[in-house]
Design a protein. Sequence first.
Length: 463
Amino acid sequence: MTDMPFSLNFLKKHPGSAVKKYSFRGGIHPDEHKEITEDLPISDKVMDPDGPMVFPMQQHVGAPCSPLVKKGDKVLRDQIIGDTEGLGAPIYSSVSGTVTAVKPMPTPSGRKVMSVVVENDHAYTEIERPYPPVSYKELTKGQILDRIRYAGIVGMGGAGFPTHVKLKPPKDISIDYILINGSECEPYLTSDYRVMIEDPWRVVNGLRIALSLFDSAQGLLCIEDNKMKAAASLMPYIEGDDRIRILILKTKFPQGGEKQLIEAVTGRQVPSGGLPADVGCIVLNIDTSVAISRAVTQGRPLERRIVTLAGDCVRNPGNYRVRIGTPIRELVDKSGGLTKEPAMLICGGPMMGMTMDSLDVPVIKTTSCILIQSRRNTLMPKESACIRCGKCVEVCPMFLQPYKLNELVERRDFEEFIRLHGTDCIECGCCSYICPAKRHLTQSCRVGKQKAAELRRKGGTRQ
């Protein structure tokens, strides 16, 4: 981020914080395009959506929620409208109003999901919440986890794993580090950066709450070196706390990947098929940490998030505070609309985001960015033959051979794809980005992972 008045020297006078630039093997340096929105304060201008609001019952990893309301019911803001007994997190209405439908509706992923549709009455009448405001220090560990589970918090960086499950690992696992992922390495995205600038107390408070669940864990605020203003904003809130440090990371993509972040700052490698907890680590997103703070200290469920709106078609790019359930088209319209015909709609960043067929889908818990690009910025280059240059191997952060995996997918040899650890691909896009032959390596790995999963479900029978 340009014109930065702070540098690594800022941290030298703060004992316990690291001036070393941590990094990992591999990765790339795509154009950031963060200057478009990084200096724009978070806007509340879409916080009164016209509706109807759409609340998919699957906004997380795990079992979908079952609707707890029916057509014609009156609902209040912060009222639970869906829950599951399996792995998952409850869903809340972010507005008060009337349920007009309970039916499958399209989502940013392209799939139709059973959803509760609410007509917003614009009164925002709140339900009486069961958890009153309180200091987390007055609560037991079990009570803290209950509040986090009640709030429906999931990983808001895009993964959507239920946070209360992540914060309660098996008893035989010792957690040494809780990492707050402030990397935000995807181009265009600046929502986490703005949250660190504008709401640093809640970021740190969420980390302190998480640390209170583990007697000996250390808290690491991990921030890339293009976000030194964020480091400066957070620093006053950790002074005197010997359990929390700020670590400065080298700006590189995909620095924000869980496995890459853990390797960069701890030197530990998450095993194939394993989880961060297997190496004594828990990773939380910036907005997730804020949600933990709001849930535990204020009793508020997750019913809003910060979304970056960017792209060369957007009239007023920026970061917007948005109620979950708001139609993305309304977010775009209320921000000022589009300046030209879009050629590509992306939910997330350009490297790892999902393309969308339409803006007529809702903002959900994992919607970090909406990127709307014209044809000029979305030209798909034509593939040519692989020249065996090895660049894809050099940049792969998972130590894979993307060119070889691409060959195996084209030959439909998915058993060999599995043997060469193709299922470990994190679909970061580094290989496709760097390939001089413009091979669609990431897409082929995505197909290979899907086919490998089908093969395993069928008991390993060769297709």
